[in-house]
Design a protein around this ligand. Structure first.
Ligand SMILES: Nc1ncnc2c1ncn2[C@@H]1O[C@H](COP(=O)(O)OP(=O)(O)OP(=O)(O)O)[C@@H](O)[C@H]1O
Length: 252
């Protein structure tokens, strides 16, 4: 198992156009095997994920994963090999099979074709998609597409996988498959999941971050997060929602 590395935001400032900055003098260190990022609409979660994925560039401050920094000369490609971004909607590449698209993800990150092809088989096995390896990627379900995206990240040996609302729009069974996958993956790779779902926080994550209007309102273990709930909240989900409501003044 790899040692956990830290994703560090140091004094980050980011704004869209001339709007008020979404993040300003923003500091955050994420270093658990699995971290969940919660926050209301407009809190800045997607912006934070976009910066972590190096899709967005800070106007000031730095983003780093371990020693890797996307803003360093020749640093971007290495950073993007280590830090993979799984968007909510994965686009199937016309004509490619599931395995070909997974191998293609490795090739795009600079792997030689044979190595990417070889690694894709193991990556598909890790996400439970071996039986669909030969199917055209446009013929698989939304949940399977997201697992295929993760297989692509595993092919090029990512160390941190960022996922934005990975279970949105999935049926309960696919959601469970996805949660099982996150549990299995976290450790060998680190995962940072942005979501509105507060189910199974304690089972899935070691760290909870609550963001509201560009500010970290809470960072700590799920156990500490749940203790914020007022007495009377019963089950895990109800307690998580009560704790969240107390922090940001609204429902998830
Ligand atoms: N492309 C954009 N252009 C201009 N403003 C944007 C853009 N994307 C986001 N914003 C603004 O930046 C702020 C943070 O948005 P962001 O999408 O990061 O929040 P979020 O927490 O991901 O919200 P949600 O849960 O609704 O996805 C919001 O005020 C939003 O309106």
């Amino acid at each position: 198992m790899r040692r956990s590395m830290a994703l560090v935001f140091d004094g980050v400032r980011f704004r869209y156009g001339r709007q008020t900055p979404v993040l300003d003098a923003f500091d955050l260190t994420v270093d658990a095997p699995a971290t969940v990022l919660l926050g209301p609409n407009g809190a800045g979660k997607s912006t934070l994920m976009g910066l972590a994925a190096s899709q967005l560039r800070p106007a000031a401050g730095t983003v780093a994963f371990g020693r890797s920094r996307p803003d360093r000369r020749r640093g971007l490609a290495g950073y993007r090999r280590r830090v993979a971004w799984i968007p909510q909607h994965i686009t199937p590449v016309p004509g490619l099979t599931v395995r070909e698209q997974v191998a293609y993800a490795g090739w795009l990150k600079g792997m030689p074709r044979p190595a990417a092809w070889e690694a894709s088989a193991e990556a598909l096995a890790r996400v439970g998609l071996t039986p669909l390896a030969g199917r055209k990627s446009h013929q698989v379900s939304g949940g399977q597409l997201r697992r295929m995206g993760i297989a692509g990240a595993l092919t090029h040996d990512s160390e941190l996988i960022l996922m934005d609302e990975p279970t949105a729009g999935l049926d309960p069974q696919q959601r469970q498959v996805f949660r099982d996958l996150v549990s299995e993956l976290s450790g060998p790779v680190q995962v940072l999941v942005s979501t509105h779902q507060t189910e199974d926080l304690s089972e899935l994550y070691q760290q909870v971050v609550v963001l509201d209007r560009g500010t970290v309102r809470f960072q700590g273990t799920p156990a500490d997060f749940l203790t914020l709930a007022p007495p009377g909240a019963a089950g895990g989900r109800e307690r998580a929602e009560a704790a969240y409501g107390l922090l940001v003044g609204q429902e998830v």
